[in-house]
Design a protein around this ligand. Structure first.
Ligand code: SF4
Length: 282
């Protein structure tokens, strides 16, 4: 008789515990926390210093939002005065006969302000031969890209909405409105934020080259290598009621004192805490 030896049960292997994934820290939150800890009160210092130097700007609606969007596209990589010239040519080439618009550029605008006049006929601009539109806006600089950008924007708006009006954006929460606008080809966060801030007072912070230069020099923004979008860093650092003032006064400062070349440190109200002047500034 043969003895049956029961097979040894395979040793049960303990299941490896699932590794808890560490959430990556949000670099924007981390930056804001760090700035609060290492340089407390810096944003208030900048806002107060600039308000004492320039004044506190008050918001008023600049003008029609579609006009503002087109004008902002015309200002991309060009002086505001050139954009104004191109916009005046648009009005002359595609007259609409509509109501007269008053342009209230406010402080921070680098041009003279546009004369009162009706908006161009947006449908005519959208359907104009692109070569023709390029010639019309040539004085604004980069006419090929801008003509294509303006026509694409007008087409997108009409296809989505049935006409070219953007007044509906004023009823939306700020970030939703910005997301809607940035779906337009060629419209980024800066252009969208300019339009929504100046036409509706929505709490957004446009960051152009002047705002960015001053802010990086003082140390309000992390180094460019931090891969954070300055628009979103500012949204995390500012209260809603501070955004218009911060944008306008930082632009003024970049244009008038903190120039790209030869910034005028000696007459700057921010010099005591500016990291460009003193890398160990408090
Ligand atoms: S101290 Fe100089 S670098 Fe710093 S913000 Fe003022 S002008 Fe710009």
């Amino acid at each position: 008789m043969t003895t049956v030896v029961p097979k040894a049960k395979p040793k049960s292997r303990a299941k490896p515990k699932p590794r808890l994934k560490r959430r990556k820290p949000d670099p924007i939150k981390a930056w804001v926390k760090r700035l609060d800890r290492t340089r407390p009160g810096l944003m208030d210092y900048v806002l107060e210093g600039l308000a004492a130097f320039y004044d506190r700007p008050f918001w008023e609606r600049r003008w029609d939002p579609t006009a503002e969007l087109v004008l902002t596209i015309l200002t991309q990589n060009s002086a505001d005065t050139n954009a104004e010239r191109a916009y005046i040519s648009l009005r002359a080439a595609y007259p609409s006969g509509g109501p007269v618009q008053v342009h209230r550029p406010g402080p921070g605008w680098g041009g003279d302000g546009l004369p009162d006049g009706a908006d161009p006929d947006w449908l005519a601009v959208e359907h104009a031969p692109t070569e023709e539109l390029i010639e019309v806006i040539r004085t604004g600089g980069l006419p090929v890209a801008k003509a294509k950008g303006i026509q694409a924007a007008l087409r997108f708006i009409r296809e989505q909405r049935g006409d070219h009006s953007l007044e509906f954006l004023g009823e939306m929460p700020a970030l939703e409105a910005r997301d809607w606008l940035t779906r337009i080809p060629g419209v980024g966060k800066k252009t969208a934020s300019v339009m929504l801030l100046f036409c509706f007072g929505l709490p957004l912070m446009p960051v152009d080259r002047h705002v960015e230069r001053v802010s990086r020099r003082v140390g309000l923004l992390p180094k460019e290598t931090a891969h954070t979008d300055p628009h979103d860093v500012f949204l995390a650092m500012l209260r809603a009621d501070q955004m218009y003032e911060a944008h306008v006064n930082l632009i003024r400062h970049g244009r008038l004192v903190c120039h790209a070349q030869r910034p005028e440190h000696e007459r700057c109200p921010l010099r005591d805490r500016c990291r460009f002047v003193d890398p160990k500034a408090p």
